[in-house]
Design a protein around this ligand. Structure first.
Ligand code: FAD
Length: 290
């Protein structure tokens, strides 16, 4: 099923995210994780694309497993480490597998890489235009409520986002954020910039106190004082941090839905138990697919 259709038909959608293995020998283990998450009946499941691009076949394999379970899959696709021809080959493989939804990304530019080469896409907008021309896909793209780290300022970032949307995007998914007010402010600015496609809010249940400060530093995500206090207090105790992280994420989602943001993507990071707890906490709010 096309994700744009799910977003149109349902007031509240909850989706989950998985990442593929780095080595083929781990595929069956990762497919088992995909089956466990699919059994929770989220609206769709996205499967990330390895940063170097070398594991695209595993993204497609895990996405196919999701589809086999009757849940729509969203295959991520980055172009920074591929030629345009390489991207077309990936699209052909996805089409052959019946995967209809793609999250089109540039990806992070590897350190010391000569980028872009003449046969590469410079930004996601160029990739999106070519996927649209290729045909047959519902296309999502990334957006950054706190601005992308490479952007000089938020205004420039919004102008680039508008260009990206105009190149043929069906929906946007946000970078994770921990302060809903940042999202509300972003949505207001996006509306003012004429962006009309649905925006799916990305939230992450933080279950590892050590990792989160590093992730936030790299992605430019702010840790609001209320959440920083939780990480300070429970970060060294994995079980307590897990419980607090699930509770914080659940509360964040309830606040989003209560304020009219009905489409939420949960960065579940291959942890079916955590996805299960959050969806269970929301069982009267989110009606899973039959
Ligand atoms: P772009 O849209 O190209 O933007 C990159 C920068 O260039 C921004 O600063 C933007 O403002 C600017 N820009 C955009 N267009 C133009 C233009 N035409 N002219 C000038 N400047 C421009 N990474 C992975 O490796 N694998 C994944 O699976 C993955 N999934 C992700 C999912 C989500 C929801 C998000 C938010 C990010 C994901 N990422 C993933 C990370 C992403 O690849 C990086 O954030 C990357 O640096 C930017 O990708 P993009 O598609 O947003 O790039």
């Amino acid at each position: 099923m096309l994700i744009r259709q799910c977003l149109k038909e349902r007031e509240v959608t909850l989706s989950c995210e998985l990442f593929p293995p780095k080595e083929g020998r781990l595929l069956s283990e990762y497919k088992e994780i995909a089956r466990k998450v699919a059994a929770l009946r989220p609206t769709f499941i996205s499967v990330t694309y390895g940063a170097g691009g070398g594991t695209s076949a595993f993204t497609a394999e895990v996405a196919s497993e999701v589809e086999r379970c009757g849940v729509p899959a969203l295959a991520h696709l980055t172009c920074v480490s591929s030629t345009k021809e390489g991207v077309r080959q990936v699209l052909t493989q996805l089409r052959e597998r019946g995967i209809e939804n793609v999250l089109a990304l540039r990806g992070d530019i590897p350190k010391d890489a000569a980028f872009p080469l003449p046969d590469q896409y410079r930004h996601a907008d160029e990739l999106i235009a070519d996927i649209r021309a290729f045909g047959g896909f519902c296309i999502g793209a990334a957006c950054y409520p706190e601005g992308h780290p490479e952007s000089a300022n938020r205004r420039q970032d919004m102008d680039n986002l508008r260009r990206k949307v105009d190149s043929g995007v069906d929906f946007l998914t946000t970078q994770m954020f921990f302060d809903n007010n940042i999202l509300y402010n972003f949505l207001y600015r996006a509306q003012a910039a004429g962006i009309r496609v649905p925006v799916i809010a990305g939230v992450m249940p933080v279950t590892n106190g050590k990792q989160i400060r590093r992730i936030c530093r790299l992605s430019g995500t702010a840790l609001p004082p209320r959440f920083a206090a939780i990480v300070d207090r429970f970060g060294e105790d994995p079980r307590a941090m897990r419980q607090a992280g699930i509770a914080y994420c659940t509360e964040q989602i309830i606040d989003l839905i209560a304020n009219g943001v009905g489409h939420v993507h949960i960065y579940t990071m291959n942890q079916p138990e955590i996805a299960a707890k959050i969806l269970d906490n929301l069982s009267e709010i989110f009606e899973p697919r039959a």
